[in-house]
Design a protein around this ligand. Sequence first.
Ligand SMILES: [Zn+2]
Length: 136
Amino acid sequence: MAVGTFATAINCIDGRAQRPVSDWMRIQYSVDFIDTITNPGPEKGLIQGSQAIIDIMRANVEVSVSAHESQLIAIAAHHGCAGNPVSDEEHQAQVRAACQVVAGWGLPVRIIGLWVNEWWQVELIADSAAGRLQSR
Ligand SMILES: [Zn+2]
């Protein structure tokens, strides 16, 4: 049994993006630890990646949810991403679409989409609890 509470982040491999997302989630949702699944530009991988890529991310998320009882999954994208060099607007659209993909996994969790802006600040751009997963 793990001691402490956990949430889950699907984030870029980029080391600059991980601490802002982890810190923001721990403060915002009062959890102790953030399990992090990384992939270069994971928002793109979730919607356009190979089935193998998606399956690995899903399997890792499921470990976090089952072993650590995570009830919150974030999909995060960031400004200046080498793994997915598209416009900020496109990143954000991909995050919302990726949230739908993760929602399709049927896990008993809240799903949020996060955008890490050019100042490494975290913005909430989708939230299944608020009925805002649809593209705006
Ligand atoms: Zn990146």
